[in-house]
Design a protein around this ligand. Structure first.
Ligand code: AHG
Ligand code: MN
Ligand code: MN
Ligand code: MN
Length: 332
């Protein structure tokens, strides 16, 4: 037997959970297949990146004001092309494009996709983990006049996903109340998992944040971090690889808390974008028994005012996020 007969694929997950939702079954299968195909393409390109000369800068800036890497652009073109050919996507909002792109689709059942085509771009040139992040939404009814309005009036995500390109390539899907983890078999191209829902471990001891920014945090958060380092018992360890997908995934598997708070100065709303970074991670965390907050409210209750809106993000194991909330004055 070439593979474990108990293995299941993302196709099995979607089919299992859409037996009473035939309307959205087809677009969800098509969009998930596009994410899988894009994941195979990006994983293959990333493995050979330095040999192909594609790990450098594209010498342009994006709407975020960030320097764009060549692989940011390749990711954008790869996933946008796959969503376009699926005919199951009404519009794509991307970190790498100022406005959402409206696509040719089968109107009656098509869905919205918000994506971060490549997350952790600063890791590309040093062969460190990076990812791709997606949130899939039902279009609001009645559908809004503007492409932006579609995303600003959409409700909580129907399905969220991330790909993690690391030692192996993982695909994590949150759908219908569950979070499931799949691993790419590079020989067959299949994403395989054991078919069971994944839950954050009850106890975690990892915290992930860029401590260089501590001087610009609000005092209660500075006090929280000082308490973690000097007084908390049991003590915690710091792990931070500078890619949300990689830091989140480790904490999902081992138990931990990731923090990208607001800062005085340029990042008064934090750095991470609500619709294609914080929201999908919040959905994946919640389905795995975790919590995501901006420090005051659940990420999934935030109504976006603009498509590239930034929010502070604290996400991870429920006991650790609750402890953060209590110690910083915003008990959940
Ligand atoms: P992106 O590469 O998609 O712009 O996202 C980068 C984000 C996130 O992945 C990561 O956790 C964070 O930026 C790292 O920020 P710092 O370099 O400021 O720590
Ligand atoms: Mn970026
Ligand atoms: Mn990102
Ligand atoms: Mn990105």
């Amino acid at each position: 037997m070439y593979k474990n007969p108990s293995f299941r694929t993302p196709f099995d997950f979607i089919m299992e959970k859409t037996s009473d939702n035939q309307t959205e079954r087809t677009p969800l299968l098509l969009i998930t297949a596009a994410i899988e195909q894009g994941g195979r393409t990006m994983a293959s390109l990333l493995r050979k990146g330095p040999l192909l000369g594609i790990t450098g800068s594209a010498q342009i800036r994006n709407v975020q004001g960030e320097g764009v890497q060549t692989l940011d652009q390749i990711g954008q073109e790869t996933f946008l092309g796959l969503f376009r050919r699926s005919r199951a996507v009404l519009s794509v909002l991307s970190e790498e494009a100022e406005m959402p792109e409206v696509l040719p689709c089968d109107e009656k059942t098509s869905l919205l996709v918000a994506m971060d085509p490549l997350d952790g771009s600063s890791n590309i040139s040093v062969n460190a983990p990076i990812g791709s992040i997606f949130s899939i939404f039902r279009p609001p009814a009645p559908s809004s006049s503007s492409p932006e309005g579609l995303f600003l009036n959409a409700s909580s995500p129907l399905l969220s996903a991330y790909l993690l390109y690391s030692v192996s390539t993982s695909l994590v899907l949150a759908f219908s109340g569950e979070t499931r983890v799949f691993t790419l078999d590079p020989d067959t191209g299949e994403f395989l998992g054991d078919g069971s829902p994944w839950r954050f471990p009850d106890k975690g001891k990892i915290y992930s944040t860029n401590e260089a920014y501590l001087p610009r945090w609000e005092k209660p958060l500075q006090d929280y971090l000082s308490w973690i380092k000097k007084e908390r018992n049991p003590s915690m360890i710091l792990r931070y690889i500078g890619a949300l997908v990689g830091d989140f995934h480790r904490n999902l598997l081992k138990g931990g808390i990731y923090l990208y708070p607001a800062e005085a100065g340029e990042k008064t709303s934090g750095k991470l974008r609500l619709l294609y970074e914080a929201c999908p991670m919040a959905h994946i965390a919640r389905n795995a028994g975790g919590i995501a907050t901006d420090g005051k409210q659940d990420i999934l209750t935030i109504v976006p005012r603009s498509v590239h809106q930034r929010v502070p993000l604290i996400v991870g194991s429920v006991d650790l996020v609750r402890e953060f909330q209590e110690r910083t004055g915003h008990p959940l």
